[in-house]
Design a protein around this ligand. Structure first.
Ligand code: ADP
Length: 492
């Protein structure tokens, strides 16, 4: 294959950094440029980004990798992946932001959410959108901007308001006017019904979001828009769009029902492919659009654990038990068992499937024989136990995991990867190339640009080698761990 015009430019607009990467059609990373993104914390619980900074950083990084590649004629298409749920308000006519972007972590709408819950709206919203009522999702953030920002309100009154998530903002700037949001990102707003092709008028009214300010819902790959020629040196087609967790699920090749990925970073995000019918969770997992093409959707169930790698950070910075997170691996191997020590890492409450905001962490089973190695081992073991709780909830919702594909900074820990396989009694796969989010966006864009005939082909050609961890724990040992964890959970 001629290299000219076959590279994929991926823009990854993350929470803490903005990056541009170049991939070839076999999935190899050819270039990378990255800029940190400033975090604004105007008050406790509030988190904001400057949307203009996201755009200028994305453009600067993209220009840098395009230059490294030898010019825009080496690029076949653009794929975009992004932090999800974060809301940008801008003027459709000028393309200028009207306020700081409200970031997914921002809790300012907690009271609005409580009011909606108290009014009994949660079951209907969950049935329609697959999401619980929480400040995390975009709709209450959009309403907050209209209520509290005079410029946003004025733009809404004048019919110039655009309210979109980050991919929508970037596409608007890149194309000089297209106003779209892919179904995977749109499914995180609380305004898109899982089974409906467009925004729901009733949900827009309920959340107080003007329908006219929302973008057009589009596919995750295909002809999405064309970047202006003056920006990168040629009119480059945008052919892939997806939120970060969905992109990572695709980058991990989870295209068949039951295929599941878990990202272990600060927290852990688990998504299981659920096939073509909207899933319903009876265990407070989230149902979400995984991918849409030709108007046809694939769905996922999603569960988040609040504390994963941050437990190791706390052992390092808060307790001084370890010097660095990777040290936990050698420490865990240096002892034969946890010595009775169990950590329930509810440092900021418990997420899915427990949803106990008031729970606080515990370390149980300490004795004079306990060493820091036991504590480090218990910390790593907590990852497998939390993941198992999710696996049980997913199974009860009809999503039996067939494999678990792991990524994220913490997945580098071989001991943890093996423990996951042992406790889940499931094969665990870890790709050699762990930038699965960007790779997933590249797969979508490559397929959308016709470099691969289907997403399945893109996955086959681009995914690369994986390492495999197979279960090796005895039934008795597994049951003992599960019982030990269950009694520790009762104490938090
Ligand atoms: P995020 O994307 O959330 O910023 P990363 O995917 O970069 O997070 O992962 C960083 C986290 O992984 C940190 O919390 C760190 O403690 C943890 N981590 C990194 N390497 C290891 C390791 N070898 N063993 C255990 N934890 C690790």
């Amino acid at each position: 294959m001629n290299a000219v015009g076959s590279l994929i430019l991926v823009i990854d607009a993350g929470t803490t950094s903005t990056r541009a990467m170049l991939f070839d059609r076999e999935g190899a990373l050819r270039a990378l440029s990255q800029r940190p993104l400033q975090q604004h914390y105007p008050a406790p619980g509030l988190v904001e980004h400057d949307a203009r900074e996201i755009w200028t950083a994305a453009l600067a990084c993209a220009r840098q990798v395009v230059t490294q590649a030898g010019g825009a004629d080496r690029i076949a298409a653009i794929g975009i992946t992004n932090q999800r749920e974060t809301v940008v308000a801008w003027d459709k006519a000028s393309g200028d932001p009207l306020a700081r972007a409200i970031v997914w972590q921002d809790r300012r709408t907690a009271r609005d959410c409580e009011a909606l819950r108290a009014a009994g709206h949660e079951p209907a919203i969950q049935a329609a959108t697959g999401l619980v009522i929480d400040p995390y999702f975009s709709a209450t953030k959009m309403h907050w901007l209209i209520e509290n920002n005079a410029e946003v309100r004025a733009a809404a009154g004048a019919g110039r308001l655009a309210l979109g998530t980050v991919e929508s903002w970037l596409v608007h700037r890149l194309t000089g006017g297209s106003y779209v949001s892919d179904a995977a990102n749109a499914s995180r707003t609380s305004l898109l019904p899982l089974a409906g092709s467009d925004w729901d008028e009733g949900l827009c009214d309920l959340f107080g979001v003007p329908r006219a300010a929302l973008p057009q819902v589009c596919d995750c790959f295909g002809a999405i828009g064309v970047a202006r020629a003056d920006l990168l040196g040629a009119p480059l087609p945008i052919t892939g769009l997806a939120g970060d967790q969905q992109a990572a699920t695709i980058g991990q090749g989870c295209l068949a029902p039951g295929e599941t990925k878990a990202t272990y970073g600060t927290g852990a995000f688990v998504l299981a492919n659920m096939g073509g019918e909207p899933p319903r969770s009876a265990h407070r997992l989230l149902a979400t659009v995984l991918c849409q093409a030709g108007g046809k959707r694939t769905y996922a169930l999603e569960g988040a654990v609040f504390v994963a790698g941050s437990l190791l950070q706390w052992l390092r910075d808060g307790l001084g038990v370890i010097d660095a997170a990777p040290e936990s691996e050698a420490l865990a191997r240096s002892v034969e068992s946890n010595g009775g020590v169990v950590i329930v890492p509810a440092l900021s409450g418990l997420g899915a499937p427990h949803w106990r905001a008031e729970a606080r962490a515990s370390i149980t089973g300490l004795s004079f024989a306990t060493s820091r190695a036991h504590v480090a081992r218990a910390a790593l073991e907590a990852m497998a136990m939390q993941t198992r709780d999710l696996a049980v909830a997913f199974a009860r919702d009809g999503a039996d995991w067939t494999t678990l594909r792991i990524d994220g900074g913490m997945s580098a820990n071989d001991w943890m990867a093996q423990d996951l396989a042992d406790v889940l009694d499931l094969t665990v796969e870890r790709p050699r190339f762990v930038e699965t989010t960007a790779l997933g966006a590249a797969m979508l864009a490559a397929t959308g640009a016709g470099l691969h005939a289907s997403l399945d082909d893109a996955v086959r050609e681009m995914r690369g080698a994986v390492e495999t961890f197979t279960p090796a724990m005895t039934f008795e040992d597994r049951e003992a761990r599960i019982a030990q964890w269950a009694s520790a959970l009762e104490t938090v």
